[in-house]
Design a protein around this ligand. Structure first.
Ligand code: CP
Ligand code: NVA
Length: 311
């Protein structure tokens, strides 16, 4: 059960390692209870969304999650605020702190969310940076839990670029005892400091494998996970990356090497025919639409938790 001890009242979520294993499991439990209609947290507060990159799922799930708590949302896109005209983050943060109850930021550099958090006392949530995408992984783990029950001992394989989603998956899986395998082209591996952090968090509960070999990574896995080969801000590199990443495409041949009941996950948006084939994305083993739905329940749980909502 969700208890007061595990709430994140007033806390920031700048990366998944900001959570303890117990806090992460409590968030998943709260999200599951919200989804099942067993609890209905109430918190009539105000969320600011400051997004300098595009978003479908994160923007809408944060907004609907906040409305379901009885709260409201303000769009703080740079072209609507003075940020687009160069107002310093430290100034924005100190002012927004006086108006808002919680702030979710999507941007390029992790340092920007760190600076917001330094200057604003309200909870600051990383809604995706080039370094991490912690909110996505909450939904991914809830989806795995719904399909397989206990997370401990499962194996999840990520194939593709070793950047933000891979980083947060490494940390999130390590926190809950999921064996994480990451297969990337040699020049696109996750940052060594994130891999070391994941290994330290995993301890002897679960394993962390980084490999250039997609087949080695997939054999016996309970879930295959992929993401676009060129992230937001890297559009110019997309064409050149296709031949480099082709061996890591999630297709039926690769899926056949995983566990017979393996599921397929993708954070979306998907580029059909690149990182995933249309057949696999729409196939019987795909759980991507449940995964996308779970963004809503996990985001609502996260907001309720950092705002200290009445549960
Ligand atoms: N998965 C995800 O974060 O989607 P959006 O970019 O649409 O928010
Ligand atoms: N790696 C992708 C994730 C999108 C949700 C990006 O940063 O664009």
């Amino acid at each position: 059960m969700f208890t007061d001890i595990e709430t994140l009242n007033g806390r920031d979520l700048l990366g998944l390692a900001d959570l303890t294993p117990l806090e992460l499991r409590s968030l998943l439990e709260l999200a599951a209870q919200i989804k099942a209609g067993k609890v209905k947290p109430y918190c009539p507060k105000v969320l600011g969304l400051l997004f300098t990159k595009a978003s479908t799922r994160t923007r809408v799930s944060f907004s609907v999650g906040m409305y379901r708590l009885g709260g409201q949302v303000i769009d703080l896109s740079p072209d609507l605020t003075q940020m687009g005209r160069g107002e310093p983050i430290a100034d924005m943060a100190r002012v927004l702190d006086r108006y808002l109850d919680v702030l979710a930021i999507r941007t390029y550099q992790q340092q920007e969310v760190v600076t917001f958090a330094e200057y604003a006392a309200i909870p600051v949530i990383n809604a995706l940076t080039d370094l991490e995408h912690p909110c996505q992984i909450l939904a991914d783990l809830l989806t795995l839990q719904e399909v397989f029950g206990d997370l401990q001992g499962l194996s999840l394989t990520y194939l593709g670029d070793g950047n933000n989603v891979a980083h947060s998956l490494l940390l999130g899986c390590a926190l809950v005892g999921v064996n994480i395998r990451v297969a990337t082209p040699p020049d696109y591996q996750p940052l060594p400091e994130i891999v070391e952090q994941a290994k330290a968090l995993a301890g002897d509960r679960s394993s962390v494998l980084i490999t250039p070999d997609p087949v080695e990574a997939v054999v016996g896995a309970h879930a295959l996970y992929t993401d676009v080969w060129a992230s937001m801000g890297q559009e110019d590199l997309a064409r050149d990356r296709i031949p480099i990443f082709q061996p890591y495409q999630v297709n039926q041949t690769l899926l056949d090497r995983a566990e017979a009941k393996a599921i397929v996950l993708h954070c979306l948006p998907a580029h059909r025919g690149e990182e995933i084939t249309p057949e696999v994305l729409e196939g019987a083993q795909s759980r991507v639409w449940d995964q996308a739905e779970n963004r809503l329940h996990t985001q609502q749980a996260l907001l309720a938790s950092v705002l200290g909502a009445q549960i």
